[in-house]
Each structure stands twice: as structure tokens, then as C-alpha cells.
Write a protein that binds this ligand. Structure first.
Ligand SMILES: *[C@@H]1O[C@H](CO)[C@@H](O)[C@H](O)[C@H]1NC(C)=O
Length: 494
């Protein structure tokens, strides 16, 4: 954090020089925008962010309420908090806020290609429709996917048994199983856990995502035009993306060489076939650039979402041994030791189901959501917002909304149980956003999370390498994503 503050000072100097030459016009066009802290020219509210943007914004909402304006550099952002107003953006008036906001760390590389970050509505719509359909065909939410997950779980359990109760950081081992599941959907095969390639690629993904979420990444988000020229850890982001793209490019070539147009094996095959079909359409979104971007983005999100959520979950379960004991008991009662879990078991395991939901709620994977952009002039809580303005729907404020959850700030599966101990749905449970732009892999995530956590707990007791008191479950970085501090644990066979 010191580095980032030093950097801020440097900016302040540099920018005060620029300001001397900039005209009055550069000053803020506040107009009708909701109130917020007073911005400085060019810097906006950057000096106040202090390397922890999530905390900064949530603090502001205590003062300004559930809608306010901040300036990230020169870019005004409308920050929205609480279930009621965020729901209006995602669901009630979803179409008015459907476009993607600026994400400079990604935009520098994906400048308008692919599915997640594009602000081109036609591109998004065409690619999203195709991807949803194709991913459904190749598995999301299908029994064939459940089989694939079970196969991967067998590999994981066996790898965990091989660790012979020694202490290690479980993240990479877990990541490899999620890597394999999404990889086989996208490219058609899986890897051995010993494979060097998978380790390298996982490192790129983890580095890119944690760097974007760090203080350096946050400064980059505010001053992309300047940070591009300044050395620092944020330079890694583009290098990681470059390497990842090169890798995906190579994998796509392998699919191309072995493609049978009548027999698509996976997402990439289906995309290649669609490209061929639309070759004569000059407005087609199905081209190599979008293929690479979509594949990489879905892959990246699939690996990262699951790795972080499960790594975090195991840490939290160690911190809450009473919860762990209750889950163990339910597993023993409902499943026993003679078979693995199935998705059907969810209906008979309310406590475990509540625990899994509580994990997603409490770990709060993407605390600020992904930024949205208005598709036209809109009225929100009496304010008139212009077309194309950035909106931050603060997911963290929904997942921890005290009007929606009994224990908003603590980890407690009771948040999803009624008085009779039955599982209770909650509309404010939207860890991966909601509405038309909800995370593509949402159903896959829910399947994986239940099956993996239950299988691991069916087979193992979890042992922390440090006393319970010293287990720290606060995130190590909190920006675009929330990441647990790296930790060591042992898996003790039951
Ligand atoms: C990208 O790949 C090159 C060549 O394989 C390697 O030297 C470099 O360190 C990689 N970049 C990052 C950020 O890991």
C-alpha cells in the first residue's frame, strides 16, 4: 500500500502541472448526478481511495446513502448499494443498465472483443446467445456434466490422499480440477495434475486476477492513460493476458486441424463451425478474434471463480468447526460412505445446502459486481442519469444487506435456514449478479460447489496448520475480486 501512496503523490505533482494547462472545460459536469465527495480536477476522488476501493465506496455509502457519484480519475461512476436499488438495475429495469461499464485493465487487451467486457450490445447479444446454447449442449446443467465433475472429483480425492496428511496450500490442487472441467467443455480433454502446462497457465490466471484486484490494479483502473507508461506490478496484467491468449490460440489450432464439421466435440469446435457458416456475412461476430476472446474469458472466469470460492470455503470451514461437524453429520446420515454425492442429495441436505450458499454469500467473490453502463437516459431514485454512464452495482452490499439477512456480516448457514431447519431461498442471494447479464457459468458453479465440497468433506477432516485463533479469514486483496490469504492445511482421511 505504501507503494501506491507514493505513486499517488507522484501523480499529484505530475498532474498539478497538467492542470495549469488544462482549460476550465475539464472541470466536472455534475449536472443532475447524485451527490458525492468533491472531486479534484483530473484526479477525481482517487486520492481518497487509498488502495482499497471496496472499503472506500462502502464507507461513502454510510454518508451518502444508496446512490452516489464518485470520480475514478476523470470518469464519473454512479455507485449503487443495497438489495432494493441493485435489484432495480439487474432485474426490474435490467435492459436500461445492460451494457458493460469500463474495465480498463481488461479493456486494454480485450478492447471490444469477446463476451464479458464488450460494450457493443449487438456483439454481446450474438455471442452470449451462442455461448449459452453451446455451453448447454456441451454440458452446463446436464447429467453428462455431472459425470464429468464426478470423474474429476475422483482424481482430486486421490491426489489429496497422496498428500499423506502433510500441510500444503490447497489452492493449486483444487484449481487443477476446475481447470480440467472447464477445459474439457471448451477444448474437449483434460490434463494430468502433474502436467507442467496446466501449472503455468494457472499461474497466469491467478496473477492476472489478483493484480487487477490489488492497489496497483485499482490505480490502473483510474488512470489507464498514464499507468500504461509507468513501470510497476500492474504491467504483469497485460503480459499474463498475452501469454494466455497465445496459449488459447495454440489450442484452437489443434481443434482446427482435427475438426469434423458434422461432429463438434466442444465449444471451440462449435464456434469454428459457426464461423464457417457465417463467412459471407460481413457483420458476423463469429470471427477468430471473438473466438479467442470468448474462449479465454469463459475459461478464465470458470477457473478463477471456482478456485477462489473453494479455497476460501475450506479455510472458513476450519475456522468454524461446529459448522463443519454439522455438515459431516448430515453427509454421514444422507450419503454415508458407500457412494459419492449426487445433485439430488441437495434436496435432503438442507444444512449443507445452506452452508454452500452461505459460502458464496460470505466470500463475496466480486464485491463491486462488474460495472454496468446505461443504455439510455434513465431515472434512478429521482436522479436523471445520462446514457453511457458507468454504474457500480455493489454486490457486497446486497449480499450483506441487513434488511435481507439475519446475520449479514458473520458467517452463519442459518442465513439460509428457516425455523424448522429447512433450506430457505433468499432473493438477495446474487453472488454472480442477476438478470440477463448474470455470470454465464452460474449453474455450473452451483453444481461444482456442492459436489466438490461434499465429496471433500465426505472423505476428509480438515486440519489447519495454525491454531484456530490465528486463522485469518479476511481477504488479502479486495478489489475486482476478494481473495483469501494463502494458507496451509492437511486433509485427514475419515
Ligand atoms: C510469458 O511467457 C514468456 C515466454 O514463455 C515468459 O518468459 C514470461 O515470463 C511470461 N510472462 C509472465 C508474466 O509470466
Amino acid at each position: 500500500m505504501d507503494l501506491s501512496q507514493g505513486l499517488m503523490l507522484f501523480f499529484a505533482l505530475l498532474i498539478s502541472c497538467i492542470i495549469l494547462f488544462s482549460s476550465i472545460k475539464l472541470f466536472w459536469r455534475r449536472g443532475d448526478l447524485p451527490p458525492g465527495p468533491t472531486p479534484l480536477p483530473l484526479l477525481g476522488n482517487a486520492l481518497d481511495v487509498g488502495g482499497d476501493i471496496v472499503h472506500f465506496l462502502m464507507k461513502l455509502s454510510e454518508k451518502y446513502g444508496d446512490i452516489f457519484t464518485v470520480y475514478l480519475g476523470t470518469r464519473p461512476v454512479i455507485v449503487v448499494t443495497g438489495y432494493k436499488l441493485v435489484k432495480e438495475i439487474y432485474l426490474d429495469k435490467g435492459d436500461d443498465y445492460l451494457n458493460r461499464g469500463d474495465m480498463p485493465a481488461f479493456d486494454a487487451f480485450y478492447k471490444d472483443s469477446g463476451i464479458i467486457f464488450t460494450a457493443n450490445m449487438k456483439r454481446w447479444r450474438d455471442l452470449r446467445r451462442f455461448s449459452l446454447m453451446t455451453l448447454r449442449d456441451f454440458g452446463f446443467g446436464k447429467s453428462s456434466t455431472e459425470d464429468r465433475i464426478h470423474e474429476e472429483i475422483r482424481h482430486l480425492i486421490s491426489a489429496l490422499k497422496d498428500t499423506k496428511e502433510s500441510f500444503f496450500d490447497p489452492r493449486q490442487c483444487l484449481s487443477k480440477s476446475f481447470y480440467n472441467i472447464i477445459f474439457s467443455i471448451m477444448f474437449g480433454n483434460r490434463y494430468n495434475y502433474e502436467d507442467k502446462e496446466i501449472t503455468t497457465i494457472l499461474t497466469y490466471i491467478y496473477q492476472a486476477f489478483t493484480t487487477i484486484s490489488s492497489s496497483w490494479g485499482q490505480i490502473y483502473e483510474m488512470f489507464p492513460w498514464l499507468m500504461r507508461f509507468i513501470p510497476g506490478p500492474h504491467q504483469k496484467i497485460n503480459k499474463c493476458f498475452k501469454n494466455l491468449t497465445k496459449y488459447v490460440d495454440g489450442r484452437v489450432k489443434i481443434n482446427q486441424e482435427t475438426l469434423d464439421p458434422n461432429n463438434p466435440r466442444d465449444y471451440v469446435d462449435a464456434f469454428l463451425i459457426k464461423m464457417e457458416k457465417e463467412k459471407i456475412n460481413p457483420n458476423s461476430e463469429f470471427n477468430m478474434k471473438n473466438l479467442l476472446a470468448c474462449t479465454l474469458q469463459i475459461f478464465f472466469a470458470g477457473v478463477e471463480t471456482m478456485s477462489t470460492t473453494t479455497t476460501y470455503s475450506l479455510l472458513i470451514l476450519m475456522k468454524y468447526p461446529d459448522v463443519l461437524a454439522k455438515v459431516h453429520k448430515e453427509i454421514d446420515q444422507v450419503i454415508g460412505q458407500n457412494r459419492g454425492p449426487t445433485l439430488q442429495d441437495r434436496n435432503h441436505m438442507p444444512y449443507t445446502e445452506a452452508m454452500v450458499h452461505e459460502m458464496q454469500r460470505f466470500t463475496d467473490l466480486i464485491p463491486m459486481g462488474a460495472p454496468r453502463r446505461t443504455t439510455k437516459e434513465v431515472t434512478l431514485k429521482g436522479y436523471t442519469l445520462p446514457k453511457d454512464i458507468n454504474i457500480y452495482p455493489m454486490l457486497t452490499s446486497v449480499l450483506k444487506d441487513p434488511t435481507c439477512f439475519k446475520y449479514p456480516t458473520e458467517f452463519n448457514p442459518e442465513n439460509f435456514l428457516n425455523e424448522k431447519g429447512e433450506f430457505k431461498k433468499n432473493d438477495a442471494f446474487m453472488p454472480l449478479a442477476a438478470g440477463k447479464r448474470i455470470c454465464l457459468g452460474e449453474s455450473l458453479v452451483r453444481m461444482e460447489l456442492f459436489l466438490f465440497l461434499v465429496s471433500i468433506l465426505q472423505n476428509f477432516d480438515l486440519k489447519s496448520s495454525v491454531p484456530l485463533k490465528e486463522l485469518d479469514i479476511a481477504p488479502i486483496v479486495s478489489g475486482l475480486g476478494n481473495f483469501p490469504k494463502p494458507y496451509k492445511m492437511a486433509f485427514i482421511p475419515r
